[in-house]
Ligand binder design. Structure first.
Ligand code: MN
Ligand code: ZN
Length: 429
């Protein structure tokens, strides 16, 4: 899918030949002097087109437009949230095989948040997973033109939004793949592919031998019940001077989480293929970095393995030693995410990072606390926590700060190791 940004007034956008023209109309719309703008203003005045986010007025072969279909789309106050609501509603109403070229026209001046939200909503609404279909019906939408009167002001935001879409689509692809199409070895191959494609990205893959040498006993314990060999993926993006401390991203890469010996119930166990979404996010970030080439340094660490029950699988009560030298009593083998991530953290230290961010589908308890609306955000660093929250707001991928009081650690005390890998049910996140 190709995105293009053009400096066009509304009437100029209406003269673009396309399958669908979306006209994003915000509150307080002030029409220009041309006929098409006057018509939009009239539809609002008569109450047939509403600027409320998600309200639509669809027209077929309108005399004043070159598009086959025109949809007036309410985007309210023009905020990221309102634009996303409007564009998602409009895209659902026009979804078809005949939509190949789309023009999205901002009736009023565009802002950075509205452009970002517009680009990501078009991509999200038209996304289709095809990898495991024998006769895939791929996304028909091929060209997306953003028509914005003040294009110069939002060009940088637009470029970044398009790179982010490329990253998000790669993350979705790997997250959606079933476990037999996304093994640890295949994830490693995808990471190596990013390094081959993008000159500033490099990739190193560690296997079971190297991981054993490093003493990653917690990570190895999770992997020992699976026939698929583990991989520890190290991605690096070098965009700035070597002296500049990198940000390290750690992505949980459990390519299938059966729960291990503490096996999960059968219902919805298929969804446990998504337990590598943190890893997929890290791959997506590197894709976006490769396309955008910002002047920063980033390291991506992905501990990738299946969590399976087997004769060799780790058992409840087993004690393992992590890379940091601490011992852990594994009381529940389904709490494996923390076991693979805790071994990535001492490894991250060698990069002397300015920040480390774990991205993980970590606990069902967090979903119980926050639902599917926000992700839990745990950080002892208030500045970093605020920055991540703000980034989530900007991307409409919301998170919420969670507490880290010492007292929560009480439940992890055990007589048999330095700590247990689970505490009680309450406060489980
Ligand atoms: Mn688990
Ligand atoms: Zn898990």
């Amino acid at each position: 899918m190709n995105f293009e940004l053009k400096p066009l007034s509304l009437v100029e956008a209406a003269s673009e030949k396309c399958d669908v023209l979306l006209v994003l109309v915000a509150d307080g719309y002030k029409p220009a002097k041309d006929g098409f703008s006057a018509f939009v203003a009239r539809a609002i005045k008569d109450g047939d087109a509403l600027t409320k986010p998600g309200k639509l007025l669809a027209l077929y072969k309108h005399a004043m437009a070159q598009a086959t279909r025109v949809v007036l789309v309410g985007v309210g106050d023009g905020s990221a949230k309102s634009v996303r609501t409007g564009v998602m509603a409009a895209m659902a109403s026009v979804k078809s095989d005949t939509l190949k070229k789309l023009v999205v026209a901002f009736a009023s001046a565009a802002t950075a948040p509205s452009v970002r939200a517009g680009v990501s909503a078009v991509a999200d609404a038209s996304y289709i997973f095809t990898t495991t279909k024998s006769k895939p019906e791929a996304r028909a939408l091929h060209d997306v033109l953003l028509a914005v009167s003040n294009a110069g002001e939002v060009q940088a935001t637009f470029d970044r939004a398009v790179a982010v879409v490329a990253g998000v689509e790669l993350a979705k692809e790997w997250a959606n793949r079933p476990a037999n199409y996304a093994t640890p070895a295949l994830l490693a191959k995808a990471a190596q592919g990013l390094a081959t494609k993008h000159s500033k990205v490099s990739c190193e893959i560690l296997g079971p031998k190297e991981v054993a040498k490093l003493g990653m006993g917690a990570f190895m314990a999770v992997a020992q019940g699976s026939e698929e060999p583990l991989r520890f993926i190290v991605l690096q993006y070098h965009g700035a001077a070597k002296s500049q401390a990198p940000t390290v991203l750690v992505g949980k890469g459990i390519t299938f989480d059966s729960g291990g010996i503490s096996i999960k119930p059968a219902a919805e166990m298929d969804e446990m293929k998504y337990d590598m979404s943190g890893a997929a996010s890290v791959l997506g970030v590197f894709k976006a970095l490769g396309e955008l080439k910002p002047t920063i340094n980033v390291v991506g660490l992905i501990p990738a393995t299946e969590n399976m029950p087997d004769g060799l699988a780790v058992k409840p009560g087993d004690v393992v030693t992590s890379m940091s030298g601490q011992t852990i009593e594994i009381l529940n083998t389904d709490a494996e995410g923390r076991l693979v991530l805790c071994d990535a953290l001492p490894y991250a230290e060698r990069f002397k990072p300015q920040a480390v961010v774990d991205i993980a589908t970590l606990t069902g308890a967090c979903v119980v606390a926050l639902g599917a609306v926000r992700s839990g955000l745990f950080s002892p660093d208030e500045a970093l926590s605020k920055a991540l929250s703000a980034a989530g707001d900007a991307a409409q991928d919301l998170c919420w700060p969670m507490p880290l009081d010492e007292e929560y650690g009480e439940g992890l005390k055990t007589s048999f190791a330095d700590m247990a890998n689970v505490a009680g049910r309450s406060g489980g996140a």
